[in-house]
Design a protein. Structure first.
Length: 223
């Protein structure tokens, strides 16, 4: 079983509940932190000491102290950074988020090992997740499993993902056109880019491009 676990959760009561629930299951050192920056710092320290964590359990959203500067503000960013510095660390997301696009993105793009939705049976499902992930099996709780099997989830093609990422990073349409021309990406005319953005706004029922970016980012489609 896992011997060293770190939990990233901003609510004290949630942290205590998780620790209490899994302490008997895994005779492990269990550390808790309330911010993503602290979690990543602990993971780095443990690697440097030659005593790395086996498992990261993380929420996706964090209420952060605005008086303190933060480099990482979401669980998704934490997962990405943790995998970058320790590719073999196992990761279970424990979150109230149940949007299928976000869950699919985390498994497909961020290589998480398990996803458990908070709720009435959340802690009992988390125990199952720890057992399954330790055995090398991916785990999804009933809620997230249903989300993953939805067939009507809006998907973006690679061109649209790249276009929306550039918009999210502040590129203007004429700059995107030049970027696409330089990279040999087609269609690359400003008119075709405008048309694609208009179509995407219609698909997502977004009134503005800013609203469109906010929506697709929130759904995990351009992460």
């Amino acid at each position: 079983m896992f011997t060293k676990i770190i939990i990233a959760e901003d609510i004290d009561s949630e942290n205590l509940g998780i620790v209490s629930s899994i302490s008997n299951l895994a005779q492990a050192q269990i550390d808790t932190v309330q911010s993503c920056d602290k979690a990543l710092s602990r993971i780095k320290e443990s690697i440097n000491k030659g005593e790395p964590y086996n498992l990261l359990i993380s929420d996706l959203s964090f209420n952060l102290d605005t008086r303190i500067p933060h480099k990482i503000t979401s669980g998704k960013e934490l997962i990405k950074e943790a995998k970058n510095i320790q590719p073999d660390i196992k990761i279970i997301v424990f979150s109230g988020e149940d949007k299928s696009a976000i869950i699919k993105s985390l498994f497909g793009n961020h290589s998480i090992d398990g996803y458990v939705c908070k709720g009435l049976y959340g802690l009992s499902e988390l125990k199952k997740a720890i057992n399954q992930v330790y055995q090398g099996n991916p785990f999804t709780c009933p809620v997230s499993k249903n989300a993953l099997h939805q067939k009507n989830v809006t998907q973006l093609d690679p061109y649209e993902v790249r276009l929306l990422r550039l918009l999210a990073n502040g590129y203007k349409q004429d700059e995107i056109s030049l970027h696409f021309i330089e990279k040999g990406i087609e269609p690359n005319s400003k008119r075709s880019i405008e048309d694609r953005i208009r179509k995407l706004r219609q698909d997502f029922d977004a009134k503005t491009t800013i609203q469109l970016i906010h929506m697709v980012d929130g759904m995990g489609l351009i992460s």
